[in-house]
Ligand binder design. Structure first.
Ligand SMILES: Nc1ncnc2c1ncn2[C@@H]1O[C@H](COP(=O)(O)OP(=O)(O)O)[C@@H](O)[C@H]1O
Ligand SMILES: O=c1ccn([C@@H]2O[C@H](COP(=O)(O)OP(=O)(O)O)[C@@H](O)[C@H]2O)c(=O)[nH]1
Length: 250
């Protein structure tokens, strides 16, 4: 196995689900998980990779779940977006404690708590080697933080969206249901859509496809997997533009 000494990416958009932060607890934030993730992100910064981060809120609130219990969906989504701000505050704090310079930018204005999202400030901070955490999703109800990850990824001209999840990548069927499921190392956008593989919601996925933004899915709970992805080693599944048997992939 050859080790590639240089990172494969100059700038990435890392998406971490809220559930990734709760560790073995069923709710909330596990400080030890947060600390481990901060150290993994620090390694990337030390390699010279520019890191934008989008954090989910599913460990605290999801609008869809709250709406099922009778709450107005828009209010539920507002709570979900504020949950991502809480996760963002915790992540910025963990990065500070790991001596990593980080800025927290919110799509919803929260004076005195964090900065408001500003595209050019985000780019300057990234160029200056600061980790930029984008919270409050897109700022709009009925969207997800996967959509926010693709949107911010396109805006900051990231080389890829790296989606950290609970499984090793994208399989031909749900590995939680089928122990014999096979892991893909590479897929085209068309293959994901044709085979209805679960990567991210359709709004997020089509945004990435239409802008040719590669998505790499990997296991955030697997120590060192993030670094291997960034070093261009064979880890997880990449979904990107490729000519497939049906002709041009969009
Ligand atoms: N074809 C598939 N490949 C990989 N994971 C899949 C597939 N189908 C369903 N899943 C499930 O999707 C989950 C990960 O989805 P993800 O979007 O990261 O989480 P969430 O929906 O909780 O935000 C995994 O736990 C896995 O069981
Ligand atoms: O642009 C956005 C992003 C998120 N949310 C809300 O915030 C919640 C938490 O985000 P998400 O479910 O994407 O978190 P994850 O699954 O990544 O933890 C969502 O369920 C939505 O209710 C929203 O309304 N608009």
């Amino acid at each position: 196995m050859s080790i590639n000494p240089k990172p494969a990416y100059r700038r990435i958009l890392l998406k971490l689900s809220g559930e990734a932060l709760m560790g073995s607890e069923g709710f909330g934030i596990d400080p030890s998980v947060l600390g481990r993730m901060a150290l993994e992100i620090k390694e990337l910064v030390e390699l010279g990779v520019q890191v934008g981060l989008v954090i989910g809120g599913g460990n605290l609130f999801r609008g869809e779940g709250l709406a099922k219990s009778g709450m107005n969906r828009v209010v539920g989504d507002h709570m979900g977006m504020l949950a991502t701000v809480m996760n963002g505050l915790a992540m910025r704090d963990a990065l500070d404690r790991a001596y990593v310079n980080a800025r927290l930018m919110s799509a919803i204005e929260l004076t005195g708590v964090c900065d408001s999202y500003n595209w050019s400030d985000a780019i300057s901070n990234l160029k200056g080697g600061k980790v930029v955490i984008f919270c409050a999703g897109t700022g709009n109800p009925f969207f997800t933080t996967d959509s926010a990850a693709c949107l911010r990824g396109i805006e900051i001209e990231a080389d890829a969206v790296l989606k950290g999840t609970k499984v090793d990548g994208v399989y031909d069927s749900d590995p939680a249901q089928n122990p014999d499921a096979n892991l893909y190392s590479e897929l085209s956008y068309a293959q994901v859509l044709d085979q209805e593989l679960k990567v991210m919601d359709l709004a997020a996925f089509t945004l990435a496809r239409d802008h040719g933004l590669p998505i790499r899915v990997f296991n955030m709970n697997k120590p060192g997997a993030l670094k291997r992805v960034v070093m261009g080693q064979n880890e997880g599944t990449v979904i990107h533009k490729m000519a497939d048997s049906l002709g041009e992939d969009k």
